[in-house]
Design a protein around this ligand. Structure first.
Ligand SMILES: *[C@@H]1O[C@H](CO)[C@@H](O)[C@H](O)[C@H]1NC(C)=O
Ligand SMILES: *[C@@H]1O[C@H](CO)[C@@H](O)[C@H](O)[C@H]1NC(C)=O
Length: 370
């Protein structure tokens, strides 16, 4: 991990304030840090100094990585508060795995779950990858218009391996539902040939991000949730109930399950999604992402790149978090109204359960590095 030295108190970025406001539980008891504390007033006692230093380091890192442009205030504050710098530094200080032993990395990119950011990181690491802004081939992206037959017959592991080898890729993303055919011959799941990694966000945050990014109002989403029937084709589903009805479970529970009608996802699908999540090589959740990125460091030797190295191109900045446009009337039209929260939560309760499970898996996988 690059040196995440805290800056002088007066020069800490505005994120420091956000973090201080939301970090309560992660700080030692009796800490004087609170919303009221101005960042210009450095904490006095050793314990407070330690807490502030950690937050300063985490905030600086999150900001330098450009995460604050993609995530909500709440998500960034949580990851900064949870950041375990000593763990990250311990992992980063080890020798990276040798290049010859490394499998290429496949990132499972759920829409609005940091896939573009991961691609930027890969670019900053000089990883060889497909040239698309999301590091996906157009067979694997969310706009692909393929038939079911293509997935049945052409989407094979041998084809994928050949493509990876011919292009010398070390990183690529699958930016759509994942075809788990579990026979290691067909589908997107080829664990002998690649490392699989994934970042999950709080499903409510993800849904809200999509509404802004794709300019979808709650009125549309509510209608899709009420009427959504099982989807006939493996494409064009971004404007449907699918992304707003347990999208993470749907991504991991296979293709039949992915395209089920609104309300069609069951506990059995959740259990299947959980078992698949455990099989991934790296699982990260946003609320402790800065620490959990160590899983990638351990697999690939990657050090988190800075925002400047990664470049600042974001392909969809329309109403994105971190842009001032969020406060405009145009963007407000795509906000999830408070009165809709309960319905959205209810429609996604299996995803919310999966997210809680993912946090445990991510922690186990991170702790296992020590
Ligand atoms: C942070 O990481 C260290 C290892 O470097 C570990 O001993 C410690 O328990 C971790 N702290 C938390 C709060 O998880
Ligand atoms: C990537 O390549 C550039 C240009 O060759 C180099 O300056 C940079 O250090 C490389 N970054 C990494 C992480 O290897």
């Amino acid at each position: 991990m690059p040196a995440a030295s805290p800056r002088g108190a007066g020069r800490w970025p505005k994120l420091w304030l956000l973090a201080a406001a939301a970090v309560g539980p992660a700080l030692p008891r009796g800490s004087a840090l609170s919303v009221e504390l101005a960042p210009e007033v450095p904490p006095q006692s050793d314990v407070d100094q330690w807490g502030a230093e950690l937050i300063g380091a985490g905030a600086g890192l999150a900001h330098r990585l450009g995460l604050d442009a993609h995530l909500s205030f709440k998500e960034v504050a949580a990851m900064v508060g949870n950041y375990n710098r000593s763990l990250a530094e311990a992992v980063a200080s080890r020798a990276p795995p040798s290049t010859e032993q490394r499998l290429p990395m496949v990132y499972l990119h759920v829409h609005k779950s940091l896939g573009t950011w991961m691609c930027k990181m890969a670019r900053a690491q000089n990883a060889s990858r497909p040239g698309d802004a999301d590091c996906a081939t157009h067979d694997d992206w969310i706009w692909a218009k393929k038939s079911w037959e293509w997935y049945d017959f052409d989407n094979t592991c041998s084809r994928r391996v050949k493509e990876i080898q011919e292009n010398g890729w070390t990183f690529l993303e699958i930016e759509r539902w994942v075809d788990f055919q579990d026979d290691s011959l067909h589908g997107d799941w080829c664990p002998e040939d690649a490392f699989y990694t994934m970042i999950l966000r709080d499903p409510m945050e993800r849904a809200q991000s999509q509404m802004y990014a794709n300019m979808q109002s709650w009125a549309s989403v509510r209608a899709w949730l009420a009427e959504g029937e099982s989807w006939p084709t493996p494409y064009n589903y971004l404007h449907s109930h699918i992304p707003f009805d347990n999208f993470y479970v749907r991504t991991l529970c296979g293709r039949t399950c992915h395209f089920l009608e609104a309300g069609g996802i069951t506990h059995a699908h959740l259990e299947l999604a959980k078992s698949r999540l455990q099989q991934l090589d790296a699982v990260m959740t946003t609320e402790d992402l800065l620490t959990q990125l160590s899983q990638l460091t351990a697999i690939t030797g990657w050090r988190p790149a800075t925002k400047a190295q990664a470049g600042s191109v974001v392909h969809n900045t329309k109403c994105a978090a971190g842009t001032s446009r969020l406060a405009t009337d145009e963007c407000r039209a795509f906000a999830l109204p408070p009165s809709a929260m309960e319905q959205m939560r209810d429609a996604n309760r299996l995803d919310l359960e999966l997210y809680e499970f993912a946090k445990q898996v991510a922690k186990q996988k991170t702790d296992a590095l020590l």
